[in-house]
Structure formats: C-alpha cells, structure tokens
Design a binder for this molecule. Structure first.
Ligand code: NAD
Length: 501
C-alpha cells in the first residue's frame, strides 16, 4: 500500500467547493428538472459530494427543444460575421476566467491544475477556430453559362444536440458548441452527469458574451435523456463522445430516426518504439502519454509495442513513471468503480503471466484517503491476446508488448478494434513513413506521444473509435453542422435558353 505525501494546493484543486444544485439551462434560465430525479456529483479528489444534478426526462427535453426552435429563426438569419462576434467576446471571457474554470475542472474531474488549465486553453483554441468561420464559409460561385450563375452556401440544420463524456468537462463540449452555433444552429448540450458543473459556467459565460437566450441550452441527465435526444423529431443532428459501447447505441438510434450522427467512441492507442528511438525523449513522452489526465484520455498511449532489444528503454520508462506522483503531478481517476476496474485489469494481467514492473494498485494519498487514486503502472511481457492488450483500461497503465520487427508491430496495431491514435518513436524517416501509411488509426504521431491535431486540423478516429462520416472539429465539422444550398440565378432576359440554363 503506497502512501503519497506530496500533495500541495498548487498541484490540484484541493480545497473543494460546495456548488448549488446543477440545474438545466433552458431559454436563458437555470431551471430544476421536472422529473425531480437527482444524483450526487462527487469530486474524485476527495470523494466528497460537491453538488447534485438534475436527471432530466422527456418534458425537460421538450422545453429545451421548444426554446431552441424559438431562437432559431433570428439566430440563423443573422450574418455569420455578426454571429462570431459573440465568440470573439466569449474567448476574452474564457481568458479572463481561465484559472477559475481550471479549478472547477480539476475539482469535478480530478485532473491536476496544469492539466485542467491546458484543457481550458484548448477550449479557447476551439473558440478561435469558430471566430474564423466567415473566412472558411466564403462559398463557391461560377457563371455556368452566359448570364447564368450557380452558387453554393452552407446553411445550418436547425436544432442540434451534443452529448459529452466525463473526461474533458470543458473541452469536449467546446469541440461542438462554438462551431455548431457560429454556423447558425441552436443547441442542446447533454454533459456527463459525473461532471455537469462546468457546463453551468459555459452557459453563464455564453450569455455574458451576448448569446441570445435559447440558442444554447443544457439538459442534464443519464441514459433516459440520451435516448430521448436520439428519438426527438425536432432534433436534426446528434454529436456524441463517449465509450464505444454507448457510441454504437447512440449512432444506431439517432440514424434510425433519420438524424445525422457523429459518434466518437473509445480507444486503445498503440505506440511503437523502435530500437533507434531517442532514449530520453521516448521515455519521457511515453510516460507522459500513458499517465496524463490519469490515463483517462482517448488519445493516451495504453499499449507500447517494443521492437527488438528494449530492456534499457523499458527500464528508462519505468524510471520516468516512478517520477509521476499521485496527488502531485498525477490526478485521481473519476470514481471508485473506475479505480476498481483499472486495478482488476492489472491483477488479471499479472495472473495470466504479464510482469508488473511499476505497480500503482492500492494507492492512497495522505490527507485524501477517500479520493480515487491509481499510481502509474507499467506492465511488461503482455501478449496481444490478453484483455489488457485489447480492451480500453482508461487509467495510468502502460501495457508493453514485445515484437520482433516493424511488420509484427504494425500487425499488432492493425488487429485492434479501435483506431483513434497510433504513434511511432524512431529516428528513421522510412520507418516513420511506413507507420503513417500502414497504421489503422485516424491520428498518427511521429515521435509524438499524444498526437491530437491542433486547430484547424480535425479530430476523429477510425474503426470502432468513430461512427459516422465527419470528424468532430476543424473544417470537417462544418460539413457536419451544415447542409448545402445550391442556387441557380438568371436575370438577363436576352440570354439564350437551353436545357442547361
Ligand atoms: P460513456 O459512454 O459512459 O458516457 C458518455 C455519455 O453517454 C454520457 O453523457 C452518459 O450520460 C451517456 N450514457 C452513459 N450510458 C448510457 C446509456 N446506456 N445509454 C445512453 N447514454 C448513456 O463514457 P464516459 O465514461 O463518460 O467517457 C469515457 C469514454 O469516452 C472512454 O471510452 C473514452 O475513450 C471516450 N472518449 C472518446 C473520445 C474520442 O475522441 N474518441 C474523447 C473523449 C472520451
């Protein structure tokens, strides 16, 4: 049993706040759910209750959709150059409140203050992208025959919905809110019921930035409200981020109701380390990738494929992992259930012959004994058939799989059901090129442990890490949140007429 004594107030938001009941936000007002069902919101840093959240039902969703429908005609008719003014102002508000927002993210999610701050900074970058929408939207126009022109415009869809997971309470909602709204849609956000408080601040700050009431609404809840969103006849598109199991349910249900849907799922990201990899850079990057946000990132390296003789590299990675200290530079996992699930994966791997080199089980942080902490864990001699090699663990755990050569390493990566990210650490351009070509993943890293594309490049995986055509951010999201209107115009009565005009 490890007791870590390094906690300081600067590392995590350790002085937890008690927040009022987390209500829905409909037509510019915070309102309790009509269903009267509520749930406790628990900070995983200490295990304390910090708020309660409304678990909404059909009547709450109906009210939010009505508010969004009422706001839609005026909002969608506003020129995009006017709509983005809200987001220019919103960006400065995010910058003003950066540290307060980070503290809240750390409190409700359990990540460190540094990680929470980086999360809010990413929300700012996503907002900046939406501010450039007028430049990105300038359309196509061509004189197609004498006196006749065709043009294409991106038109909004109407009322849309965004469903978010627990691991980025502030950033993931910003994958969808700024772009969908700047493009003229009105939105219902359904945050994770485990981390709903950040969305209160999002709503308050959008209102302060001048967003008209009803354009953005928050409906809290669990399975019941997600199913109601998928079934609602007046919601045109559903964006989902969460586990693969639920992504499949949502994608099937939303599309069977003839809605557009992009559903991002879970991940098992492989990081291939070649014998020529730079030792220090590789060791620090691998350790940071597997442990950042306590391993609760869909872009975390959770399986390392070590090619050739790698004992020294593995030993360096273990040294780096030991520098990662729970309560200092490693936050908590989201819940008691998550801690138990992660520790069970480690024990099962050990039971089937893998070797636990750095063991994060039974981790307790002094003064925070009721928090949910798992220490950094490195497991060697994992084989591709083991559950820890195939399934998403979502904790600070690195499974090392040994491979003879690059072909075998790529084969292991290709066999995964998932396909969010794959990285290679090497000094060889030829090897890097092969991984770029042959890895079956949507986001590739060359000597990068967490290959999240920065704006304006879009975010989205392959295989069972994403269902639907578009990526969730960047230019690809413009296609998702809009439909094309094609207009053919002729004013000149003297033009000759043929079947083309
Ligand atoms: P989750 O699937 O449990 O929950 C996601 C959302 O679905 C939540 O809003 C939740 O209320 C709702 N939900 C839960 N159970 C439901 C059900 N039975 N029916 C309908 N809706 C339901 O995911 P999570 O635990 O909150 O988040 C972690 C998961 O999200 C991980 O698998 C992670 O990889 C994934 N994730 C993926 C990406 C990506 O970009 N691919 C990004 C972030 C997180």
């Amino acid at each position: 049993c490890f007791i870590f004594k390094h906690l300081t107030n600067f590392d995590m938001a350790t002085l937890t706040t008690r927040y009022p009941e987390t209500k829905n936000y409909i037509a510019g007002k915070f309102v309790s759910g009509q269903s009267l069902r509520t749930m406790d919101v628990i900070t995983p840093l200490t295990g304390e209750v910090i708020s309660t959240v409304t678990l909404s039902g059909q009547a709450d969703l109906d009210a939010a959709v009505e508010a969004a429908k009422a706001a839609y005609p005026a909002w969608s008719a506003m020129p995009v150059k006017e709509r983005v003014q809200v987001f220019f102002r919103y960006k400065t508000l995010l910058e003003r409140d950066l540290m307060d927002l980070a503290r809240l993210v750390s409190e409700e999610n359990g990540k460190t203050m540094d990680e929470a701050r980086a999360e809010v900074e990413k929300s700012i970058e996503l907002t900046e992208f939406a501010c450039s929408m007028p430049q990105l939207l300038s359309g196509e126009l061509l004189e197609v025959s004498k006196g006749v022109e065709c043009r294409i415009e991106h038109k909004p869809l109407g009322v849309v919905a965004s469903i978010a997971p627990f691991n980025f309470p502030h950033m993931v909602p910003h994958w969808t809110i700024p772009n969908a709204l700047a493009l003229g849609n009105c939105m219902i956000l359904k945050p994770s019921e485990q981390v709903p408080v950040s969305s209160v601040r999002i709503a308050e700050m959008l209102k302060e930035a001048g967003l008209p009431d009803g354009v953005f609404n928050v409906v809290n809840g669990d399975r019941e409200i997600v199913e109601a969103i998928c079934d609602h006849p007046d919601i045109q598109a559903v964006s989902f981020v969460g586990s693969t199991k639920i992504a499949k349910v949502v994608y099937r249900r939303a599309t069977s109701n003839l809605k557009r849907c992009t559903a991002l799922g879970g991940a098992k990201n492989h990081l291939i380390v070649m014998p020529d990899a730079h030792p220090e850079m590789t060791a620090t990057n691998v350790a940071a990738s597997m442990s950042g946000c306590a391993g609760q990132r869909c872009m975390a390296a959770s399986a390392m494929v070590a090619v050739g003789q790698m004992d020294e590299m593995v030993s360096k990675i273990c040294d780096e992992a030991r520098k990662i200290v729970p309560g200092k530079n490693l936050g908590s996992v989201i819940s008691k259930a998550a801690k138990e699930r992660i520790e069970k994966y480690i024990t099962e791997a050990e039971n089937v012959g893998a070797k636990v080199l750095v063991d994060g089980r039974n981790c307790v942080v002094e003064g925070f004994e009721s928090g949910y902490y798992v220490g950094p864990t490195v497991i060697d001699y994992v084989t591709p058939d083991m559950a820890i090699a195939r399934e998403e663990v979502f904790g600070p755990v690195l499974a090392i799989i040994r491979a003879k050569n690059l072909d075998e390493a790529i084969h292991i990566e290709n066999n995964s059901n998932y396909g969010n990210a794959a990285s290679v650490f090497t000094q060889s351009g030829g090897v890097a090129r092969q991984v770029m070509e042959r890895a079956s993943a949507g986001m590739i890293g060359i000597n990068v442990g967490v290959p999240v594309p920065r704006e304006p490049f879009s975010f989205g995986g392959w295989n069972e890490s994403k269902f639907g055509v578009n990526d969730i951010t960047g230019k690809s999201s413009i296609e998702f949140w809009t439909q094309l209107k094609k207009t053919t115009v002729k004013w000149n009565p003297e033009s000759r007429t043929n079947w083309m005009s």
